[in-house]
Ligand binder design. Structure first.
Ligand code: ZN
Ligand code: ZN
Ligand code: ZN
Ligand code: ZN
Ligand code: ZN
Ligand code: ZN
Ligand code: ZN
Ligand code: ZN
Length: 380
């Protein structure tokens, strides 16, 4: 115990001696005239000689980070972290791409994307739905007989259907011998639909069938076109006359009255011409009373060649000749016209003109005619 306290006392003395010697030393050396540096962000004001400091360091003064600059000390320029970068909003029809923080813009506004105006909506931007102008006119499709005018865009209708309100009359067509005809019809002017349908009229001959009387047969024929209406059939003759077709071929010389010294014509006609293609006609008359001044062929034999002798007297002949006559060339009527001058001194009375005939048909079959002789009655 005693020994321990002794050590403590000894140490205390030693310390005191040390402290006293140190203090006495300082008072001995000269005092430092400090040379202070400015305080910086990280260092207090410090003596460049003794290293003594004064006060505290300033600490950084950080500015806020911006889009383009990081947080920066306004004193020393030191930076902290990264710049923020722009916060771009999308470009719109009317404004360019824009930073929501710093309002910087980039590029251009998109501009509106206008659709065409229609009858239901004006020009409209497909992006922002802004509109401009007014609605367009309807595009009217013309009315038909069944539908009124309507708008091709919106389907709106206007007015009434035409309802076949104007018509045209289409003239009928007469049937012919071989072609059908049609009755008069009425059509809609707008749609062409029939209001009154045309009715077909079967082919019709425009003329009644007549008998064609040949030498040994008869048949019916339509004069309008020559079409046969019945088959060939033999005549059914009673007393030389067919009681079906009336076939009775005859040559008739007209009778007339003439004054002395006059000029007079008489005519030879054929009836029931059975198809004469060749004929020789011999005529006789009283030459002391009549002088033949002209002979001419008639219409009924116009399809035949008339062969004139040129110098006629009683007993002269006239000739006709032809080839393969068409049925339409076989006609009844005048075949010869005589023109006589009557002698001024002729005696009053009846004078016969006589004819004799030889005739044949296409098949060179002879044809016989009943002859009806004519009389010229000479008067004062
Ligand atoms: Zn100092
Ligand atoms: Zn700083
Ligand atoms: Zn920005
Ligand atoms: Zn827009
Ligand atoms: Zn419309
Ligand atoms: Zn119509
Ligand atoms: Zn006909
Ligand atoms: Zn007959």
């Amino acid at each position: 115990m005693f020994k321990g306290n002794l050590i403590k006392i000894f140490l205390l003395i030693a310390l005191t001696v040390l402290l006293a010697s140190c203090l006495s030393g300082c008072f001995v050396t000269t005092e430092c005239t400090h040379n202070w540096s400015d305080a910086t962000c990280t260092e207090p004001s410090t003596c460049t000689i003794c290293g003594e400091t004064d006060g505290l360091e300033l600490g950084h003064k950080w500015s806020d980070a911006t889009c383009t600059e990081p947080s920066t000390c306004t004193i020393c320029g030191k930076t902290d972290g990264l710049k923020l970068g722009h916060e771009w909003s999308d470009a719109t029809c009317t404004s360019a791409k824009r930073c929501t923080r710093c309002n910087k813009t980039q590029g251009k506004a998109l501009g509106h994307d206008w659709s065409e105006a229609t009858c239901t909506s004006p020009q409209t931007c497909s992006r922002c739905y802004q509109t401009q102008g007014t609605v367009a006119d309807h595009i009217w499709e013309p009315a038909t007989c069944y539908d009124p005018e309507y708008c091709l865009t919106c389907g709106e209708t206007r007015g009434e259907p035409l309802n076949h309100s104007a018509t045209i009359t289409v003239d009928g067509i007469e049937p012919t011998c071989t072609e059908v005809g049609y009755t008069t019809s009425i059509k809609c002017l707008y749609c062409g639909e029939y209001i009154v349908e045309p009715q077909e009229i079967p082919p019709q001959h425009s003329e009644e069938a007549v008998w064609c009387k040949l030498l040994s047969v008869h048949y019916e024929v339509y004069p309008c076109c020559g079409e046969k209406a019945s088959e060939d059939e033999a005549h059914h003759k009673i007393n030389g006359i067919c009681d079906i077709c009336g076939y009775d071929p005859a040559l008739t010389i007209s009778s007339t009255t003439a004054q002395k010294g006059a000029t007079v014509s008489i005519v030879v006609s054929v009836a029931d011409n059975p198809g004469v293609v060749g004929m020789q006609l011999t005529f006789e008359y009283d030459e002391s009373v009549m002088t033949l001044i002209n002979v001419s062929s008639g219409e009924a034999f116009s399809a035949l060649d008339f062969i004139e002798s040129g110098n006629y007297s009683s007993g002269s002949k006239v000739l006709w000749d032809g080839l393969d006559l068409d049925v339409n060339d076989i006609k009844d009527g005048e075949i010869l016209i005589f023109t006589f001058a009557i002698d001024p001194n002729a005696a009053i009375g009846d004078y016969n003109v006589l004819v004799k005939v030889k005739a044949y048909n296409n098949d060179l079959e002879p044809i016989s005619f009943k002859i009806n002789n004519g009389v010229i009655t000479v008067t004062e």
